[in-house]
Design a protein around this ligand. Structure first.
Ligand SMILES: [Zn+2]
Length: 499
């Protein structure tokens, strides 16, 4: 072994620092053997190296302490940011861009159990809602909803368990695709030994990393397919090989003399064309047509596994994650109305909460048992609901009438904010085509009504409909100007200025 390491150093030009190195032994190694080995390699280190690049080096049993450094890193990062000084949209960006990425390295190697991911989620949740972990605050939207894709009513915060599986599946894909890499050669020689990666059973003595990679096979089965070469590796009874079909479509032997087992039995090797008679004997007409439409290569190259959820047939973590979450119920509301708005993210997040009826209105807080006066702060005559606050309150109606889009007062609310937003969009599209950014204006007015309401309750400020509409128009114009500047091609003079 010492000679092998010397040769490696000579060939690669690397040097091993034995003062920073350690030897790992199996549990059966004797004390004498360990001591002798340390002497041979001149390892002076007494304390074992428990972590390398932030990941535990030895994991026989995972406890919450195994990944403590990970949680500490997250806590330290969150401590640097003052949640109270950031908008919820700003906190969301930081969660998606930084917090969710911190455990990526570990999640690409180990399957983190819930005992690890749960505290990370607790910190992410608390930061998003703007409070400390050990204090309580109303979370008006479930974390499961927040983790949904934006078109399904969520904020696309990554689910850690799903991300973990999608990252591990990338390792599994590399094994299946037989990418050229030393670690793949090693695991193939050690664990696979001519067994199929997708069907082999893990053994208790297999390494934890290997067993975790095998757990991610459930992700790969959601999108694996074949690029047909000679067809001899593709079993008709066990493989999903027809691109347009989700599951396995086995043949039915209606003709006893024709019994294809592999795809190669369906291909005429001389002409390199499908044996259409055999195919029509074994499958219903619609499936037979789909099979015959699959292009065949002119040469008898080997069959190749492909990932069917990307154009180039290669697995990506993003497509793996989407394969896990794909079975979501379709959304009844077109969330693109909100996410395509050309206004700042904090306004969009406000509208997302309004659409879910999840604003901390007095009546919502009263309904969950908090000691809050449920009456509208402006008219003091009706409960402070979304429908009243943004449409029916005399204060709000004055604002809409003073605005360039007074017809909004005619949009029916019909009990749900989502219907009201859809109707508002239709109405503006039909009647205010002449006003660019009309939908953005309606949203900004709603946002300012909410701000006025909060200023009145929490800061005891005196607010008026005139003041609210004025603030809305100023904000709307600045947003419109900023967006127009982004859309306009830059003149050479501006470009020069930017350089
Ligand atoms: Zn009112």
């Amino acid at each position: 072994m010492v000679e092998a390491l010397k040769l490696f150093c000579q060939a690669s030009g690397h040097q091993i620092n034995f003062e920073k190195s350690d030897l790992l032994f199996s549990t059966h190694a004797t004390r004498d053997f360990k001591q002798n080995s340390r002497t041979i390699f001149d390892i002076k280190r007494q304390q074992p190296i428990s972590n390398y690049l932030g990941s535990p080096t030895c994991l026989s049993r995972v406890t919450s302490k195994s990944f403590n450094p990970l949680l500490l890193r997250l806590q330290n990062r969150l401590r640097l940011w003052k949640a109270s000084t950031l908008s919820q949209a700003g906190r969301l960006t930081l969660i998606n861009a930084v917090c969710s990425a911190i455990p990526n390295h570990q999640m690409g190697v180990f399957k983190l159990p819930e005992v690890i991911t749960h505290p990370i989620d607790v910190h992410r949740r608390a930061f998003f809602w703007g409070h400390e972990v050990n204090t309580r605050k109303v979370h008006s939207v479930n974390w499961e909803v927040i983790e949904k894709p934006k078109l399904y009513g969520g904020l696309r915060v990554r689910n850690l368990q799903h991300t973990n599986l999608a990252l591990l599946a990338k390792k599994g894909w590399e094994v299946i695709a037989s990418n050229r890499s030393l670690w793949i050669d090693i695991v193939k020689a050690k664990y696979l030994r001519n067994q199929d990666f997708l069907t082999m059973c893990p053994k208790p003595l297999n390494s934890r990393v290997w067993r975790d990679i095998l757990k991610a096979r459930t992700v790969l089965t959601k999108g694996l397919g074949w690029e047909i070469g000679n067809g001899s590796d593709i079993n008709l009874f066990t493989e999903r090989w027809i691109p347009s079909k989700e599951g396995i479509t086995a043949p039915i032997y209606s003709n006893p003399t024709v019994k294809p087992i592999f795809v190669s039995d369906l291909i005429d090797s001389n002409t390199r064309k499908w044996r259409s008679n055999t195919i029509y004997h074994c499958w219903p007409e619609d499936i037979a047509k789909q099979i015959i439409s699959i292009p065949l290569s002119h040469t008898e190259k080997p069959d190749r596994r492909v990932w069917t959820r990307t154009i180039n047939g290669k697995y990506t973590v993003k497509s793996g994650y989407q394969a896990i979450i794909v079975n979501q119920n379709p959304a009844l509301f077109d969330w693109r109305i909100i996410w395509k708005l050309r206004c700042p993210p904090r306004v969009k997040v406000f509208m997302w909460k309004l659409a879910l009826d999840a604003l901390n209105s007095s009546s919502n807080l009263f309904n969950i048992g908090l000691n809050f006066n449920p009456d509208c702060v402006f008219c003091k005559s009706y409960p402070d609901t979304s429908q009243h606050l943004f449409k029916e309150c005399p204060f709000t109606q004055t604002i809409w009438r003073l605005s360039p889009i007074p017809q909004i007062v005619n949009a029916p609310f019909n009990d749900t904010p989502q219907r009201w937003i859809s109707k508002t969009q239709q109405l503006l599209r039909n009647q205010h085509r002449d006003i660019p950014f009309a939908m953005e204006l309606s949203v900004i007015i709603c946002w300012n009504i909410w701000k006025s309401r909060n200023e009145m309750i929490f800061e005891q400020k005196r607010v008026t409909p005139q003041g609210t509409i004025k603030a809305s128009l100023v904000f709307w114009r600045s947003t419109k100007d900023a967006q127009s500047l982004l859309l306009k091609p830059k003149s050479p003079k501006q470009l020069h200025h930017l350089c």
